[in-house]
Design a protein around this ligand. Structure first.
Ligand code: IMP
Ligand code: MG
Length: 178
């Protein structure tokens, strides 16, 4: 295990099982609908790759890069779109996916922006949810795991761009960012 990981919060097995369940739920809900999955890079890449492969329906995938974080562990409160989707989402059923919902600022800002483009529907999926940290009442429609208020890395989640490739999600030892 990586020496900067204090403890493993979610094992590779637990993540895989939960992602399969989410995929099955989405498969049932979106039968016969014109679906676009929008993934927020970079962190979501690992999750969305597994999630979409667990969805047994035709769908398209788009990526966005939105950042509210610097290299620290706290939100800056502002969301910048650095890369936008490349196709129209008008009339489509959009599923917005992120690795983790924390303050809720990212999901709220991106959801509002996407709604202006008149999708047929918009729902949100987050693999992890730090419910206690919410500042705006934002709720994801689908949540993989509710987790405690600790800084986590792995399975796409980073600290200053490191640790994304860990196959599990672990709590980063504060000494790693002291
Ligand atoms: P929010 O806008 O505060 O909800 O933050 C969402 C984004 O913050 C996520 O997409 C992550 O990039 C980042 N983030 C929040 N908490 C963590 C964490 O514990 N580890 C790594 N990234 C995090
Ligand atoms: Mg992110």
């Amino acid at each position: 295990m990586n020496e900067n990981i204090k403890k493993v919060l979610l094992t590779e097995k637990q993540i895989a099982a939960r992602v399969k369940e989410l995929g099955a739920q989405l498969t049932a809900e979106y039968q016969g609908k014109d679906v676009i999955v929008i993934a927020l890079l970079k962190g979501c890449a690992w999750f969305v790759a597994d999630l979409t492969r667990a969805m047994d329906i035709p769908l398209r995938v788009e990526f966005m890069v939105a950042s509210s974080y610097g290299d620290g562990t706290c939100t800056s409160g502002k969301v910048n779109v650095k890369l936008d989707v490349t196709n129209s989402i008008e009339g489509k059923h959009v599923i917005l996916v992120d690795d983790i919902i924390d303050s809720g600022v990212t999901f709220a800002a991106i959801s509002a922006m996407l709604m202006e483009r008149k999708p047929a529907s918009l729902k949100t999926v987050a693999l992890c949810d730090k419910v206690e940290r919410r500042v705006n009442g934002m709720k994801a429609d689908y949540v993989g795991f509710v987790i405690p208020d600790e800084f986590v890395v792995g399975y796409g989640l980073d600290y200053a761009q490191d640790y994304r490739n860990l196959p599990y999600i672990g709590v980063l030892d504060p000494k790693a960012y002291a």
